[in-house]
Design a protein around this ligand. Structure first.
Ligand SMILES: C[S@@+](CC[C@H](N)C(=O)[O-])C[C@H]1O[C@@H](n2cnc3c(N)ncnc32)[C@H](O)[C@@H]1O
Length: 250
């Protein structure tokens, strides 16, 4: 039941995102509903891009494109689950000065695009792996709004002196107890009415039980603290993953 509802919701959103992109065929670069995120048309294809906060500097091997003296970076949905949400028409509303706590920052791919989006805001990026942290520190150096934190997201007490209250909590960690980690961090850091974006990977929770049941269980756990506003299946870009967008209610 939930599977079918999510599929239908995704198809409708994807359709409306593409209609939006098609409205102005002549323009090469076109705004989306999200700050500093654009759709670049050319060579018969459309790509999602963010305006580069650190001009001339790549994070991975993404292409940099300059149009009218502004530099943009390609935002690849196969590499970033948040890009899939934007393509599927999420109504996430992020301001130029919004604040984020990002759990599971890895080498900084998605974090760097959020840093582009919240140009005058701040992104606290928590990562447990020292190897990934090396890359994340490199990514953060030219980005004035990105604060890398080497820590375990299961233990928010350990970074409570480094992080302020935030507008958004973003979590993408392949771990058991994904909903519990989100709830714990939200209690410490997320403002009332703040938004949680949780990427759930069913196989990390249990590799034998059915994915949809497991995702349903995780969502149920969230419902004591959040009002679920959007659900996205991340197919065809990330299999066995779902994104939950929810508002903190207490
Ligand atoms: C799927 S990757 C994240 C990819 C990243 N969000 C992106 O889109 O660029 C998951 C990351 O979570 C990190 N991680 C796993 N458990 C963690 C924990 N308890 N605390 C902080 N980070 C954790 C892993 O080291 C890994 O880098």
């Amino acid at each position: 039941m939930m599977e079918q509802a999510v599929k239908q919701m995704n198809e409708e959103m994807l359709k409306s995102a593409l209609i939006l992109a098609d409205k102005n065929e002549d323009s090469v670069i076109k705004e989306t509903a999200l700050n500093n995120v654009f759709i670049l048309s050319g060579d018969g294809s459309k790509k999602l891009v963010t305006k580069n906060l650190a001009p001339g500097i790549k994070v991975n091997d993404e292409k940099l494109i300059t149009i009218d003296n502004e530099e943009y970076r390609i935002w690849e949905p196969f590499r970033s689950k948040l890009a899939v949400l934007v393509l599927k028409g999420s109504s996430l509303s992020v301001k130029n000065d919004s604040s984020f706590l990002y759990l599971g920052a890895a080498n900084g791919t998605t974090v760097s695009h959020i840093s582009d989006i919240v140009h005058d805001g701040i992104v606290f990026a928590v990562e447990i792996s020292p190897r990934a942290m090396k890359d994340l520190v490199r990514v953060s150096i030219p980005r004035r709004n990105l604060i890398p934190i080497l820590a375990d997201a299961m233990n928010p007490e350990s970074y409570k002196n480094m992080v302020t209250e935030v507008d958004f909590l973003y979590q993408d960690i392949a771990q058991r107890e994904q909903a519990s980690i989100a709830i714990k961090n939200a209690q410490f850091f997320l403002k009332k009415n703040g938004i949680l974006v949780l990427m759930i990977k069913a196989k990390s929770i249990d590799s034998i039980k059915r994915s949809k049941d497991l995702m349903g269980n995780e969502i149920e756990k969230l419902e004591d603290f959040f009002k679920v506003e959007e659900l996205f299946d991340l197919e065809p870009f990330h299999s066995d993953h779902m994104a939950v967008v929810a508002r903190k209610i207490c």
